[in-house]
Structure formats: structure tokens, C-alpha cells
Design a protein around this ligand. Structure first.
Ligand SMILES: Cc1ncc(COP(=O)(O)O)c(C=O)c1O
Length: 353
């Protein structure tokens, strides 16, 4: 099996995901005559799947996650139908760092002869090493017979320069549907494997150099340092009575609060120079740990600053903050198209500067 594995180098996680979704749409039309393609993905799957759905006119059936933030298997089963071109799971998902039940999900897909994509953009260079280090890591890769493709980002925990990822397929028969050709263009016979036309070979070379210079030993050591840092931070967050951890994540740590406005805590941390991600549904923030956080003294300082932020928010309940109310409002506005328009207007303004 392993020798049949193949793929393409792409410009990033989003391109790897977009290419896989286009591939499955075209494959389902060619092989099964599917004219109204649908994808099935948990609500926690990365926004790049929404992007693929919008760009390629694939209906995205989103399924809920359970209380541990893993895809709800019953909902996955119900969402699969004769128009489904692919089922998706994350290893782990960006919001709460939790790995979906990929084994069970990919078996549901396989039973219906439907492809399954594992999004390991965030986990591809950590999870295999975490397993070697003795951490409990659920199955997520090609060892599962139902998994037909995996996206893995070299430019995240592969430590390559920004601008590379890989999309891997179980075999070249699937990848075939990724390719683009034009045969009647006056410019000549045209073919292209990925979205870009011309693209920088230097980035692929730099990614390769990162892989071979860091090597298995280097990735193992990097994972060990990140995971030990994560263990410390999780243990300390649990001790802060106002905060609670969400899900049993390894190194992307999401936390929320039942008694405080978590976005105010985030804002306070921003003033101290941290750049935590604000998430919603439910309201929480996360920190994605990297080697930076594994430097001596950083994790201890983070916890001290977090405790101080919590105490500040608790002691000043009437303090409104500046970004916290915007976060809160944007997360709860019922008309989502309005929020979408606001974001597009923000980008208009950004390009004007
Ligand atoms: C799980 C997951 N998938 C996909 C992506 C998209 O990757 P990129 O930002 O490289 O396009 C990310 C980015 O954070 C991610 O965390």
C-alpha cells in the first residue's frame, strides 16, 4: 500500500484542502455521475473547507461535535447520502486541538465507498512523534483503510518557510482528478497539477531542506518540548478556578470561563503582548503551542500573566474593554451574512491603507 502513496507540494494548508475537495468533486462526477456534490464535515473543520464549498459549489453538510468536541458519529452517518463526494475529519481541529474519531468516521465512509480526507495540517508533524513519545494519539493516517487523502503542512510544525504544504493521496488514480488541462489554447497544450501557474521552486527546496536537516530525531525532540510545555500549561490552567479546559487536547489548548467574559481575559493578555486566538460557539480562546513557548521561563510567565489577567477581569467587572465587546457581539449576532459583510468591508479598508 505505502508504495502507491503520492501527492503534490502546495502553497499551504488551504490549497491542499481546496485541491483535495476539487479532486473528490471531479472524481465523483467522473466515476459515479454525481451532479450535486456534497461534503460532510464537523463544524470544527477548518474554514478552508467552507472556502472549497463556496469556490467549487459543493454543498457542505456540517455535523455537530459532542461534548468532547469530536465529530458526532450518528450525525456523520445521517449526513452521508448518494451525493456525498467526501467525508472529512481533523487531526487535530484548529479550534480546540481535538482529534476527530477518524477511525470510525473513515469506516462509515468506506462502507459506502466514499473517500475520506484527514486534515492533518496542524498535526501531521506532531502526532506521529507524540505517539512515539508515549502520548495517546488516536489513529488518523493511511494505516486506516478508509483514509484516502491527508493534508499536512510543512510550513507549520515542519518548520519550513511559509508557503508549503503537501496534499497526499492513497494512490495516483485519485490524484489524477486533481490535474488541470487545456488542449485548444493558442498558447499550446497546457497542464498544471495545482492551482498556481508559475510557482517558486525555492520554497519546495527549502521545505525539503527543513525535512532532511531536522530529520526524525529533530521532529521528535521538538514534539517532546512542545508537549511537555503543553502538559505544564494544562495542569496550571486547571488550577485557576475561573477557567476550564475544553476537550483533551495535546498542544492546542482551548479554555473558557463560566464566570468571566473570556474575551476580556484575552484582551488583557493582548495588552501584555500575547496573541491568543479568540474562538466562538462556545466562547473561548486558545493558545497553539510552538517551540517559542518551550523556551526557558516562557510557560511559567504565561501562567503568571494569565492568572493576573483573570484577577484583573474579576476585580473590574464594569470595565468594558475595546476588542472584547466586538468579539462578543460578532459571535452572537443572529444574521451571519451581516457579520460576513462587515468582514469583507474590513478587507476593503485593509487594502486601501
Ligand atoms: C487544522 C487546519 N487545517 C487547515 C489550516 C489552513 O492552513 P493554511 O493557513 O496554511 O492555509 C489550518 C491553519 O491553521 C489548520 O489549523
Amino acid at each position: 500500500m505505502q508504495s502507491e502513496l503520492c501527492g503534490s507540494v502546495t502553497s499551504g494548508g488551504s490549497e491542499s484542502i481546496l485541491l483535495a475537495m476539487k479532486t473528490y468533486r471531479d472524481m465523483a462526477e467522473a466515476e459515479r455521475g454525481v451532479k450535486n456534490p456534497e461534503m460532510v464535515a464537523p463544524v470544527t473543520a477548518h474554514a478552508a473547507f467552507d472556502k472549497a464549498a463556496q469556490y467549487f459549489k459543493i454543498k457542505l453538510r456540517k455535523v455537530p461535535v459532542d461534548s468532547s468536541f469530536r465529530a458526532d458519529l450518528n450525525a456523520v452517518k445521517k449526513a452521508i447520502n448518494s451525493n456525498t463526494v467526501v467525508v472529512i475529519g481533523s487531526a487535530p481541529a484548529f479550534p480546540h486541538g481535538v482529534v476527530d474519531p477518524i477511525e470510525e468516521m473513515s469506516e462509515l465512509a468506506r462502507a459506502k465507498k466514499i473517500p475520506f480526507h484527514t486534515d492533518a495540517c496542524l498535526g501531521g508533524f506532531i502526532l506521529p512523534f507524540a505517539r512515539k513519545l508515549g502520548y495517546k494519539v488516536p489513529k488518523f493516517d493511511f494505516n486506516l483503510p478508509g483514509v484516502t487523502s491527508i493534508s499536512v503542512d510543512t510550513h507549520k510544525y515542519g518548520y519550513a518557510a511559509k508557503g508549503t504544504s503537501v496534499i497526499l493521496y492513497r494512490n495516483a488514480k485519485i490524484r489524477h482528478h486533481q490535474f488541470f488541462t487545456v488542449t485548444n489554447w493558442p498558447g499550446g497544450m497546457y497542464f498544471s497539477p495545482t492551482f498556481a501557474g508559475s510557482r517558486p521552486g525555492g520554497l519546495s527546496a527549502a521545505a525539503w531542506a527543513a525535512l532532511v536537516s531536522i530529520g526524525e530525531k529533530g521532529y521528535l525532540e521538538a514534539a517532546r518540548r512542545i508537549l511537555e510545555t503543553a502538559d505544564f500549561i494544562k495542569k496550571e490552567i486547571v488550577k485557576i478556578p475561573e477557567l476550564k479546559l475544553l476537550g483533551d487536547a495535546l498542544y492546542v489548548i482551548a479554555f473558557a470561563s463560566d464566570s468571566l467574559d473570556i474575551y476580556k481575559v484575552m484582551e488583557h493578555m493582548t495588552h501584555k503582548g500575547y496573541s491568543l486566538n479568540g474562538l466562538h460557539r462556545p466562547a473561548c480562546v486558545h493558545i497553539a503551542l510552538t517551540l517559542r513557548h518551550a523556551e526557558p521561563g516562557v510557560k511559567e510567565r504565561f501562567i503568571e500573566d494569565l492568572k493576573a489577567a483573570v484577577l484583573h477581569v474579576k476585580a473590574n467587572p464594569s470595565e468594558k474593554g475595546s476588542s472584547a465587546p466586538i468579539y462578543g457581539m460578532a459571535a452572537t449576532l443572529p444574521v451571519r451574512s451581516v457579520v460576513g459583510d462587515i468582514l469583507k468591508t474590513y478587507m476593503d479598508a485593509y487594502y486601501k491603507v
